[in-house]
Ligand binder design. Structure first.
Ligand code: ZN
Length: 229
């Protein structure tokens, strides 16, 4: 998916009282009201019910009765990045500044889903930029990460999309992004060493052209993570 603008899902249907499993009403009043993240797609839930049966399970047994609804709701939350876009997330939080010093936010929590297996990958994101007359509210950097992480992703593209978004919002002298993540699709399937981490980086502007800036950024990114292990 390269839906970087977000805002529209392919499937924007509202939930209703459809039964995903066996004709009985599984959606309670509490499911339908309350917080927006309680919404889910009944068709998605019914697909999960079919999936349970294909796995050899009995979707009607007690412990699984509400699983299709729970999964549908969880997946909606875990992919809510499709409904977010960077401009909206940043809002008006771009400010004039004469500073030309590196701004860095380290250890931003990352939770995403790999697009090949729909299994989680998770870790840390380190983001830095060198301002050119503008800075952004620090809390906005983790929120920009969310926009792209809460979708089906590959780590390489995620890293690049975060860098590109910061570049578009701030027009800074340079941007650096490092992502270090563990992929459950590798760990659970025993494809690679259980504790291996995948590290990706995206460097733009002065982070690419100036060795000193790049080295400072990479040292800050990697030293810090070594210290917290
Ligand atoms: Zn995977």
């Amino acid at each position: 998916m390269s839906n970087t603008k977000g805002g529209k899902r392919a499937n924007g249907r509202r939930p209703n009282l459809a039964d995903p499993v066996d004709g009985r009403v599984l959606v309670t009043e509490a499911d339908r009201t309350g917080s927006p993240d309680a919404e889910y797609d009944p068709e998605y839930a019914s697909m999960v019910g079919a999936q349970l049966a294909m796995l050899g399970e009995d979707p009607a047994r007690e412990g699984l009765r509400r699983t299709p609804v729970r999964v549908a709701r969880a997946m909606r939350w875990l992919t809510r990045g499709y409904e977010l876009d960077v401009e909206r997330v940043v809002g008006g939080a771009v400010f004039a500044s004469e500073s030309e010093n590196m701004v860095m936010v380290r250890d931003i929590d990352l939770y995403s889903l790999c697009e090949h297996h729909m299994l989680p990958f998770f870790g840390k994101v380190h983001v830095a930029y060198i301002p050119d007359k503008h800075i952004v509210g620090l809390s906005k950097l983790p929120r920009i990460v969310e926009v792209f992480a809460r979708r089906l992703q590959v780590q390489e593209r995620l890293t690049e999309e975060i860098a590109r978004a910061i570049e578009a919002v701030l027009k800074p002298k340079g941007v650096g992004v490092v992502v270090e993540a563990s992929h459950l699709c590798m760990m659970m399937r025993g494809v690679e060493k259980q504790n291996s981490k995948t590290i990706t980086s995206a460097l733009r502007g002065i982070f690419r052209s100036d060795a000193r800036t790049r080295d400072e950024f990479l040292r800050l990114a990697h030293n810090g993570s070594a210290a917290t292990r």
